[in-house]
Design a binder for this molecule. Structure first.
Ligand code: SF4
Length: 351
């Protein structure tokens, strides 16, 4: 599968100032990320809060400018595009936010909100806008006549469906979803995830899912990239990363998922400050396997299609007792029930 999006050594830092406005350092939110997103795949970016995954999602769409590195999207050098060319390219890439209410303008009816990208990118003649909005509403499980209402008249799940319809309006090739279901009730989460899965298949979308919820990631992602303090520490096919994690941080994250069956020392302590990250391996201050080399040298991300950034990745004990692989946790069981009960979830229920 060829890559629709490629990042090479991408970095972005934010200056930090003291109370008097004097520079006192920089938060290195994204620090040397290289990543390839295969066309038509769902790639999940996971990690604890503050690891840089949301910044990375915006940098890859050039909604936040990178300080360095290359971003290639559909053959274009995204960072080199002039404003006009970038505006045209934006039609092909969309972002779905965590908070659907914040992403919809309360002064616009739903019809106006969904029609805006149609008009901006000249997708259909003006006379056909209403008809196209109605099609999009129906496709995300809402009634076309609901388009005349205001965002505050909808539930959280319905608002996220509206945000998805708006993202689909420009007929994008790539959508980045930044925690698109984490603000929703778990039963509504499963409905919206089912909808996203259907749309990804139907429209042959490439989807980058930014999430801290490994239960959701396991169900819908083809590949997973694990971030820690601004860097990718493991990346590979979802099944391999979940069943045979190579990085101690990935193990610790998975050990916290009920029913995953991964045995690992639980994560202790806070994530170190991204203003002054540890030398060598950034995970070494929390890693139970750390050795001297971990302080001295930053481990490269290596291993081919399932890669990890750990000096000891080939010497660590097995992570998953095979007999415990698929034991079910309550949360996973509830999600799985929704995923398998397709009839219930995809018959127009729009909670
Ligand atoms: Fe732990 Fe060393 Fe591997 Fe870092 S490189 S994850 S400190 S063993």
């Amino acid at each position: 599968m060829s890559a629709i999006l490629e990042l090479e050594d991408v970095a972005r830092a934010f200056p930090v100032r003291d109370a008097l406005g004097r520079a006192k350092g920089a938060v290195r939110a994204v620090d040397g990320v290289s990543l390839s997103v295969p066309e038509g795949a769902v790639l999940a970016i996971v990690g604890e809060s503050g690891c840089g995954k949301s910044t990375l999602g915006r940098v890859m769409l050039r909604l936040i400018e990178a300080d360095r590195g290359a971003i290639r999207f559909m053959g274009d050098d995204l960072r080199a595009l002039k404003p006009d060319a970038l505006r045209r390219r934006r039609r092909d890439m969309q972002l779905i936010f965590q908070d659907p209410f914040a992403s919809l303008d309360p002064r616009m009816t739903v019809e106006e909100a969904v029609a805006e990208p149609l008009r901006l990118h000249g997708i259909v003649p003006r006379a056909q806008e209403r008809e196209r909005v109605a099609e999009l509403m129906a496709r995300v499980g809402l009634r076309p006549e609901q388009a005349r209402r205001w965002p505050h008249e909808f539930s959280g799940g319905q608002r996220q469906r509206i945000a998805i319809a708006r993202a689909l309006a420009s007929q994008p090739r790539l959508i980045v979803g930044d925690e698109p279901v984490s603000a929703l009730d778990v039963s509504v989460q499963a409905q919206v995830i089912n909808l996203l899965q259907d749309l990804i298949r139907e429209f042959r979308l490439t989807f980058v899912l930014i999430s801290h919820d490994l239960g959701v990631v396991r169900h819908i992602a083809d590949r997973v990239a694990v971030m820690y303090l601004g860097r990718i520490v493991e990346e590979g096919p979802t099944a391999q990363v979940f069943h045979a994690p190579r990085h101690p941080y990935t193990r610790a994250l998975l050990a916290a998922v009920p029913g995953q069956g991964v045995k690992a020392v639980p994560l202790e302590g806070d994530v170190p400050s991204p203003i002054d990250p540890p030398s060598g391996c950034r995970f070494r201050t929390r890693c139970p396997f750390a050795e001297a080399i971990c302080t001295e040298q930053a481990p490269p991300l290596e291993g081919g299609s399932h890669a990890a950034a750990c000096h000891l990745q080939h010497r660590l004990p097995p992570a998953v007792p095979p007999a415990e692989h698929d034991a079910g946790g309550e949360r996973l069981r509830r999600l799985q029930a929704f995923f398998t009960d397709r009839k219930t979830n995809n018959t127009g229920a729009t909670t």
